[in-house]
Design a protein around this ligand. Structure first.
Ligand code: SAM
Length: 244
């Protein structure tokens, strides 16, 4: 039926495209895409040709009304270059306006680098905060890190290879030297997850910026240190000296 279909696509391994995603892409009247070359490759993989229309940060305001109008009578699919649309990718305003216009909105869930990284990191998953990309400039980045520092949750951040070491060092500085995992090239040939404290990871990558796509996962802050018996004894002794 007509409406908006949010379609998750692979983050590396084309085998991760779900049969339902392939069905929707094969039958959509139009596929809204970030980069038509990337999506053309995916459509070729499933042996279909569909009309594509660009929908990205630079033209979204301009093309959104036309797409919303089409959803009244046609199935419009939204994909991003990789993974789940709307997750550090365009789309939420399209969903908002589609709903406001009374159109059907359907999601076809699938790969998402943040969730995949959580499954590789070996850190608590009961509470996590998705932080997307930190601001690239040092000052704004430090402010953003200070904001998330007290949050009692595992943190998930996207980063690029060239900025990885600086970001890890800034995280160690602002969060304390927590356990973390650097996951890279998930579902691809050189998939890896390297674990360690933020400072050891920062040192490891300082001279050798890694290639490929990266997700950083950081452990939640530790429990506040329980006062030890020695601390209590020392405090008592000090109090007694002040009394005498
Ligand atoms: N919407 C996508 C998703 O669902 O994960 C994310 C889009 S965001 C513009 C791209 C970033 O996602 C990359 O810079 C990287 O941090 C992360 N990413 C995407 N694919 C990845 C992969 N195969 N391995 C590790 N990180 C990946």
């Amino acid at each position: 039926p007509p409406g908006l279909y949010i379609v998750a696509t692979p983050i590396g391994n084309l085998g991760d495209l779900s049969p339902r995603a392939a069905y929707i892409l094969s039958n959509a009247a139009v596929v809204a895409v970030e980069d038509s070359r990337v999506t053309a490759g995916l459509l070729r993989h499933i042996g279909v040709k569909r009309p594509m229309t660009p929908y990205h940060d630079h033209n979204a305001e301009h093309v959104r009304p036309g797409l919303i109008a089409r959803m009244g009578s046609e199935a419009v699919a939204l994909v991003s270059d990789a993974g789940t649309p709307l997750i550090s990718d365009p789309g939420y305003k399209l969903v908002r306006d589609a709903r406001a216009a009374g159109h059907l909105v359907v999601t076809i869930p699938g790969p998402c680098a943040a969730i995949a990284a959580l499954t590789l990191a070996g850190l608590p998953t009961d509470r996590f905060l998705y932080c997307g990309f930190l601001p690239p400039k040092a000052q704004a980045r430090a402010t953003a890190i200070a904001e998330i520092a007290p949050v009692r949750a595992t943190l998930v951040l996207y980063e690029s290879g060239p900025r990885l070491a600086a970001t890890l060092a800034a995280l160690a500085e602002g969060l304390g030297d927590r356990e973390a995992a650097v996951t890279r090239e998930i579902t691809k040939r050189f998939e890896e997850a390297v674990t360690g404290t933020l400072s050891t990871l920062a040192t490891r990558y300082a001279d050798a910026p890694p290639k490929g796509e990266i997700v950083i996962v950081v452990a939640p802050p530790g429990e506040p240190e329980a006062a030890s018996v020695e601390d209590a004894d020392a405090a008592l002794a000090e109090a007694l000296t002040r009394l005498s």
